[in-house]
Write a protein that binds this ligand. Sequence first.
Ligand SMILES: CC(C)(COP(=O)(O)OP(=O)(O)OC[C@H]1O[C@@H](n2cnc3c(N)ncnc32)[C@H](O)[C@@H]1OP(=O)(O)O)[C@@H](O)C(=O)NCCC(=O)NCCS
Length: 184
Amino acid sequence: MIRDPGRLRLLRERPRDGVAVEAMNEAAFGPDRQQKTVYRLREGVKPIAELCFVAIDQKDRMVASIRNWPILIHDKWPAVMLGPLAIAPELRGLGYGKALMWHSMAQSRMLGHSRIILVGDPEYYNQFGFRRDLALNIQLPGWVEDRRFLALELVAGSMIGVHGMIGKWRPGWRPSKRKTVNRK
Ligand SMILES: CC(C)(COP(=O)(O)OP(=O)(O)OC[C@H]1O[C@@H](n2cnc3c(N)ncnc32)[C@H](O)[C@@H]1OP(=O)(O)O)[C@@H](O)C(=O)NCCC(=O)NCCS
């Protein structure tokens, strides 16, 4: 039998969704999820509000969630860290994960971002263009399974030359100005 939830609404995450999003992530990733390396980059940093989405069904239940966080690579290259992404167990395998991924990635580009990193199953994330080789010169501040550490260029070439340790986003961070050549 095909499970059909009917029409879903895709919304920006609202303040009142926070508890349900946490519950959904706990169900998907377990209570130990906060020990994972990526959580070190999230502690004390707010997700990017414009890049957090929820899917709501016709009975007003949240059935999917995706969040994205700001990070800084080598204190030099800003990037988006995608995740967590979770779909309600009864609605998995119906294309909603893909829909949220493509929406989130498109919105990231629209906001001016040029690169995304994530830690996840390559068997799932390769289809969106995430690649292991693009993340070979960057490091996370803790252990991750190498094969699951992936990057994506929203702008072609935006990972070229990008290297070093990934750190937390710092509010107010601005790229340092390049020295301009005095043409006089
Ligand atoms: C992984 C997850 C987000 C995928 O969303 P979804 O809506 O179930 O998946 P979609 O319908 O978009 O895609 C389904 C396809 O992805 C595949 N797929 C799903 N999870 C996968 C995984 N972990 N590894 C490889 N392939 C996977 C399915 O086999 C299916 O393949 P097909 O299109 O060839 O039939 C969802 O299953 C989920 O919430 N899982 C638990 C949490 C999780 O693992 N999150 C991802 C890590 S950040």
